[in-house]
Design a protein around this ligand. Structure first.
Ligand code: FES
Length: 167
């Protein structure tokens, strides 16, 4: 009788252990699928916002100036991507134009184009940027001015996006 009890105990132990392992596997798979579902559905708003932003970016083609409106070394202020984002178009040669968001990357003072030195200047703390690529030449700013992509067409110069990011 004692041996039979020991046998039953051993059997019960094995049964419980098997079920425990089975439940753990099922539990793990169930939890993983649940977590994947939550992650999938939580990204839907972000994905739709990104797609929407991309579509809006397609519509952000803005005419800035007529082709011969600026002489070499002249600049023209405009706003891009919205009214709160001041920008500057600069004619650097017969064929070349540059445009930048002119919020200084230090503390956001407005930057202007200094024709005699051929540099973009921030008067607040004497920050200097290259007119060719917006890179920092001197002063406290650590990052270049955001560059605006341009497209030259028969009827003028258009801003068509921000360099390095989708608009
Ligand atoms: S805000 Fe432009 S250099 Fe400080």
């Amino acid at each position: 009788m004692k041996k039979f009890d020991q046998f039953l105990q051993k059997l019960a132990f094995n049964i419980r252990r098997d079920k425990e392992i089975d439940l753990n596997r099922r539990g793990f798979i169930g939890s993983s699928l649940g977590l994947m579902g939550v992650m999938f559905f939580s990204t839907i708003p972000l994905v739709s916002q990104a797609v929407k932003g991309e579509q809006e970016g397609d519509a952000k083609k803005v005419k800035i100036a007529n082709l011969n409106e600026l002489n070499i070394g002249d600049s023209k202020p405009f706003s891009y991507l919205d009214e709160d984002e001041p920008a500057l178009l600069i004619r650097v040669s017969e064929q070349e134009f540059r445009a930048y968001n002119i919020k200084c990357t230090h503390l956001q003072c407005p930057v202007y184009f200094d024709k005699p030195s051929n540099k973009l200047v921030c008067p607040c703390h004497k920050g200097y940027f290259s007119v060719n690529d917006g890179s920092v030449l001197a002063g406290p700013p650590q990052r270049p001015l955001p560059s605006i992509l341009l497209e030259k067409q028969k009827d003028g110069i258009y801003a068509v996006g921000m360099k390095g990011r989708t608009v």
